[in-house]
Design a protein around this ligand. Structure first.
Ligand code: SF4
Ligand code: SF4
Length: 380
């Protein structure tokens, strides 16, 4: 068995669905996109992420010769009804979180250990990422095509996949690149399904408009970002509080998977029992330890961001029964939570919401929250 075959066989044994191998040549398309779309990506290029360094695998591992790409299908079990439409399936799957927090990312560690035991050096970057453009590497390694929504699509699996890449210094046997796209020329279902218009053109996504950015990324203090969610995007968040699956749910390549009778996941079913938007708004000990920490403690951990997202989702619920919960949140110690709770009360409207907003205005000391309260009162 050749080294390449051994690697493939080991990765498949670990549960990966596809394995492809490509050269460690640079990704000029990625460099071009970063240059042409600096307004979309300035927050990531100039930050600690330094996306410019993802262009050339040599920057990650001097002497790099190959990139091994492994795809994990994370939609193997049923996702609980109480979490679908609120938390993106990728986050529910926990398939990327490293041990000891979770076993999901253990595949990456085991792969790295295997490759090192075979005498290779392996590039590392951040968490489980090797720091190359994963989708472009997977397409060049022949195992996925890129869809109009820019998501990776793996033939006969779909787009609910996670890509892991491994840069190594060994020369391996390379696969032929995939064809350019799996998308029928007239299909626009993902574009139509996106509530925020984030897919601004074919194969072009504005990350700042994607809901995941509002939920998770804008808390990191990147350049030109604010933890106060853009008021224009808030109604479009609907009930989502951590990621969004709408463009994937619309894609014809995922319909078989979405309709399939899959086994339930006991951990997720148990976790879902402890999850509610009102609980998240309060972020009491029970929901924090039994639902939020196990599923969502990755990119952010501060409770105020989860509360903020819950406030927006409750404001979008159209349910007047949520007013008392938001009226309590408008007294939260965190201004960020008070500001978004005020917005949510303005969305729900009614006499109770007005009373809560009027009572909070004189005691509010934060400029942003004050502004949100006044704007909400104007809308009621
Ligand atoms: S994940 Fe949601 S917000 Fe982002 S592009 Fe897809 S549909 Fe739009
Ligand atoms: S919904 Fe249609 S256009 Fe969008 S990724 Fe799927 S096949 Fe391509």
């Amino acid at each position: 068995m050749s080294l390449t075959e051994e690697i493939r066989s080991y990765a498949l044994d670990l549960g990966y669905s596809r394995v492809g191998i490509t050269t460690a040549e640079p990704f000029p398309m990625y460099a071009q996109a970063l240059e042409e779309r600096s307004q979309d990506y300035d927050w990531a290029v100039d930050s600690g992420l330094r996306l410019g360094r993802c262009v050339n695998p040599q920057d990650r591992l001097p002497g790099a010769r190959s990139i091994i790409v492994a795809v994990y299908d994370y939609f193997r079990e049923r996702f609980p009804e109480n979490l679908v439409g609120r938390i993106g399936r990728l986050y529910q799957s926990r398939s990327y979180i490293e041990p000891p927090t979770h076993i999901g990312g253990a595949r990456v560690q085991l792969m790295r250990q295997f490759l090192e035991a075979k005498g290779m050096r392996v590039g590392r970057w951040f968490m489980i990422s090797s720091g190359v453009p994963d989708r472009l590497a997977a397409a060049r390694a022949g195992i996925c095509e890129i869809g109009r929504n820019t998501f990776a699509c793996v033939p006969s699996i779909g787009t609910f996949v996670l890509i892991h890449t491994f840069i190594v210094d060994a020369e391996l046997e390379y696969d032929a690149p995939a064809k350019e796209t799996h998308c029928p020329p007239d299909c626009r279902l993902c574009i139509e399904a996106c509530p925020t218009g984030a897919i601004v053109a074919d194969f072009r996504l504005n990350p700042r408009r994607c809901l995941t950015f509002s939920h998770v990324v804008n808390v990191q203090g990147f350049r030109n970002t604010s933890p106060y969610i853009d008021p224009e995007l808030r109604p479009k968040m609907a009930s989502w509080i951590h990621g969004c699956d709408l463009c994937q749910e619309a894609c014809p390549h995922n319909q078989a998977k979405l309709r399939a009778e899959l086994p339930s996941n006991a951990f997720l079913e148990e976790t879902a029992k402890h999850f509610s938007l009102t609980g998240l708004l309060k972020m009491d000990r029970e929901i924090e330890t039994k639902a939020v920490a196990p599923l969502l403690y990755t990119y952010m951990r501060e409770r105020k961001y989860f509360q903020r997202n819950a406030a927006v989702a409750l404001g979008n619920s159209g349910d007047p029964g949520m007013v008392p919960h938001l009226a309590r949140a408008i007294e939260d110690p965190e201004e960020l939570v008070r500001a978004h709770a005020a917005w949510a009360l303005g969305q729900l409207g009614g006499a109770g919401a007005r009373r809560a907003l009027e009572a909070s205005l004189p005691r509010e000391s934060g400029a942003q929250a004050k502004e949100e309260i006044s704007a909400a009162l104007e809308r009621i």
